[in-house]
Design a binder for this molecule. Structure first.
Ligand code: ZN
Length: 250
């Protein structure tokens, strides 16, 4: 009888490990959409680093290259500078898969052309988890990114959207991140204390932006505020969960 009980315990433990191990060992594909280079770091840089540490595959899609972010440069020049800053920052984070869609900064539209591009990317990379800016963001490009990517997620799952190549794909988990202003509706916070230093180092690669505003201080203060209020930890990143049916294990 004792042996039987122990055997049952063992079987239960093995089932538990079989269920939880895949996420821990890095089976998730994560896709992050950023209106401008650096938004992904401010909004969810700690979570990106956490995914990388778990072995999950992260891809960042930049909708614009932020060519309007510094008046001292010509637009083409600044786009190149900011793409390089993004590459350097993400290299520190261990993310090499960056996609630049090169829309004009300040003029992003949820156009049919952009929709087809984003649907094709979702169908190609098959992300389990997507991060995108909240619809309540103040910057117009951030709002449009939310609108565009939300529509693309919806269209990617159906066979009826034949303009875009690829097999239909359903995204199971969607997080809306905050840059500015802070989210009103927070329903998930991730403890990112362990990755704060790395996030700041990556953000400090965006030198063209730090000249005009201390975005690194903004990100640190935001995450500290979230850490104290919402998580009881040193630093945290908080999200509005738009959909959840799978996520990594802590
Ligand atoms: Zn931005």
């Amino acid at each position: 009888m004792i042996f039987k009980i122990r055997l049952n315990w063992l079987l239960t433990l093995l089932c538990f490990l079989a269920i939880t191990l895949p996420a821990q060992s890095g089976n998730l594909r994560v896709m992050v959409f950023a209106p401008h280079p650096d938004d992904e770091l401010v909004g969810c840089g700690g979570s990106i680093a956490k995914h990388v540490s778990l072995g999950n595959k992260v891809t960042i899609v930049y909708l614009t290259s932020g060519d309007a972010g510094n008046i001292h440069f010509k637009k083409n020049e600044l786009a190149n500078i900011r793409e390089n800053e993004a590459r350097k920052g993400m290299q520190l984070m261990g993310v090499n898969n960056l996609i630049f869609l090169k829309n004009l900064d300040g003029y992003l539209e949820a156009s049919g052309e952009n929709l087809v591009k984003v649907v094709e990317l979702i169908r190609e990379y098959k992300p389990n988890v997507i991060y995108l800016p909240s619809p309540d963001e103040a910057h117009q490009d951030h709002k449009v990114t939310n609108d565009l990517v939300s529509k693309a997620i919806n269209k990617a799952r159906g066979s009826w959207f034949q303009e875009a190549k690829g097999e239909p794909w359903t995204v199971k988990t969607i997080f809306a991140y905050e840059v500015y202003p802070l989210l009103k509706n927070v329903n998930y916070c991730e403890d990112t204390s362990q990755f704060m230093e790395l996030k700041l180092k990556a953000l400090q690669e965006h030198k063209s932006q730090l000249e005009s505003m201390a975005y690194d201080d903004i990100a640190k203060s935001k995450d500290r505020y979230r850490g104290i209020l919402n998580y009881g930890s040193q630093y945290a990143e908080c999200f509005d969960v738009l959909k959840i049916s799978e996520y990594f294990q802590k």
